[in-house]
Design a protein around this ligand. Structure first.
Ligand SMILES: O=C(O)CCC(=O)C(=O)O
Length: 270
């Protein structure tokens, strides 16, 4: 398969809008493996932490700063994502962290309006040369709390953030005014669709009141030239080894077979 490469037009669109949606970046076998492994993985579930929103909803996130040999790391290290990130951020990037965002049916909580750089700024990152790639594991819709973005809001630069429930939220006076001038986009995504978004893009997501889960894997990167000046809860610059895209399926098949063994069933091919 020809390696995925962003076109100049896609890069220009990201720069203009602050995000870029790429439908079908990952194929059905890759997504099937990520889905099955994610939902069966006790390690991922043990790491999951609750985040309360302002209205009593609870989201979970399972976050890692390291890259063990597993399917999540194969996504993080894939040329498909990392080469695109390096184009979008204009140079070498490293892994800042990755996280499975878990909104369970009926109870899944909202995420307040924020910019990721609103809090990564406090980690000693001098420049907003940071971005994320969100991969839909379940179908993400308005009903189950898909990501919402304010198109072009990254041009506003970083705005003030404060405590909101268990979360850090953006100054709502500014967000309200920005909403009068900028388009609100619901990022509905099929499994395998990827959303690249800039760290200064204002985004939020609503509670999941639907019967359908909304899981997504978010891989976050910082530019190598933006090495934080101090220690924080996320790593400073370290070289990111990129893996061929095929590694997602290879490692996914191995991990799925191991998980099935642990669950006491006969391994079957994915
Ligand atoms: O998963 C979501 O709905 C929101 C995620 C998010 O806002 C973030 O990770 O910065």
């Amino acid at each position: 398969m020809r390696a995925f490469q962003l076109t100049d037009q896609q890069v220009a669109q990201f720069n203009e809008d602050g995000y870029l949606m790429v439908p079908g970046l990952f194929d059905s076998e890759e997504m099937d493996l990520l889905y099955k492994i994610g939902k069966a993985d006790q390690g991922l579930s043990d790491l999951a932490r609750n985040r309360r929103d302002n209205q009593g909803g609870v989201s979970k996130l399972s976050l890692r700063n390291d890259l063990p040999d597993d399917i999540y790391s194969a996504f993080v290290r894939s040329h498909r994502i990392v080469d695109a990130m390096e184009r979008l951020l204009g140079g070498e990037v490293y892994h800042y962290h990755h996280k499975m965002m878990i909104k369970e049916p009926f109870v899944g909580g909202a995420w307040e309006w924020h910019q990721d750089y609103g809090y990564w700024y406090s980690n000693g990152c001098l420049f907003p040369y940071m971005a994320s790639c969100m991969i839909a594991v379940d179908r993400a819709t308005k009903e189950n709390g898909c990501l919402q973005v304010l198109k072009g809001s990254h041009h506003m630069g970083r705005i003030e953030h404060g405590v909101a429930g268990d979360q850090t939220g953006a100054d709502m006076e500014r967000v309200q005014h920005a909403m009068e001038r900028l388009e609100l986009v619901y990022c509905e995504m099929e499994p395998g669709t990827a959303l690249f978004f800039h760290s200064n893009l204002l985004h939020t997501s609503a509670q999941n009141k639907s019967p359908n889960p909304r899981w997504a894997l978010i891989c976050c990167y910082n530019a190598a030239r933006n090495d934080p000046y101090k220690e924080s809860g996320h790593p400073r610059y370290h070289y990111l080894e990129k893996w061929p895209d095929e590694r997602i399926k290879e490692i996914g098949r191995e991990q799925w077979a191991e998980l099935q063994e642990q669950m006491g069933s006969e391994p079957v091919s994915a």
